[in-house]
Design a protein around this ligand. Structure first.
Ligand code: PGA
Length: 250
């Protein structure tokens, strides 16, 4: 399957900075298209301008979160239909920073993924173990449990992506060993096939957590690694595009 490189800008970038970044990205992709699908998830305030700036480029735009409800008295939140109305194609849900800072548990993440699905968005469902859990030999059990609890009913490869992001690897410059990444991705694949049958093979499994130009090629070479979710390195177009160019041709 064609790999997907998704950039999560997090809470970075005022409008001018964000638009300069997407203009540079667009130019780089037009000059030398990478062998993968590309997605950027800017802050909500810049989503609409980013979509306009990327029109016709083939680069998709997504939200970094959505609410579990379609509308209502939820001050400060953004509903999935609002993202869809702007032209977003994806919404990240259950990022570990949301799980940590906003108390989102698996049930909430699943509800958000369902909201994304109802709005016609592709949900990128994030999961991953904490450092203490890995040290205690519980990484596989934690990740399998999160998949079970966060996977939305009706989820398919067409509307749901899984991003494995070990919490301790996010923004730290540290990554699991290649064997550990391969092991978790293989486990996720087995669980998805058990749950969905053969269509479980069509669900993209992204790796996230300190993906950088220097480690992208080896991480992205593994079977069952269907792309990457990139935070820090997505803020620098040169690095983001270098990661995209490290994808398997497909
Ligand atoms: P990082 O973030 O690439 O900066 O580690 C990844 C993420 O949080 O999605």
């Amino acid at each position: 399957m064609r790999q997907l490189i998704a950039g999560n800008w997090k809470m970075n970038g005022l409008r001018t900075e964000g638009l300069a970044r997407v203009a540079e990205l667009r130019r780089a992709v037009q000059t030398d298209p990478p062998p993968c699908d590309l997605l950027v998830c800017p802050p909500a305030t810049v989503v609409e301008a980013t979509i306009r700036a990327l029109e016709g480029s083939g680069i998709a735009v997504g939200g970094q979160d959505c609410h579990a409800e379609d509308k209502g008295a939820f001050t400060g939140d953004i509903a999935a239909p609002m993202l869809a109305e702007l032209g977003c194609r994806y919404a990240i849900v259950g990022h570990s920073e949301r799980r940590r800072d906003h108390g989102e548990d698996d049930a909430k993440v699943r509800a958000k993924a369902l909201a994304a699905q109802r709005a016609g968005l592709i949900a990128i469902v994030c999961l991953g173990e904490r450092e203490a859990e890995r040290d205690a030999g519980q990484a596989d059990a934690v990740v399998a449990g999160q998949l079970e609890g966060s996977w939305p009913e009706g989820g398919t490869g067409a509307n749901t992506v899984i991003a494995y992001e070990p919490v301790w690897a996010i923004g730290t410059g540290r990554t699991p060993t290649l064997a550990e990444i391969a092991g978790v991705h293989a486990l996720l694949r087995v669980r998805l096939v058990t749950r969905l049958g053969e269509p479980g093979r069509q669900v993209r499994l992204l790796y996230g957590g300190s993906v950088a130009p220097k480690n992208a090629a080896e991480i992205l070479a593994f079977p069952n690694v269907d792309g990457g979710l990139v935070g820090g390195a997505s803020l620098k177009v040169e690095d983001f595009i270098a990661i995209a160019r490290a994808c398997r041709p497909g």
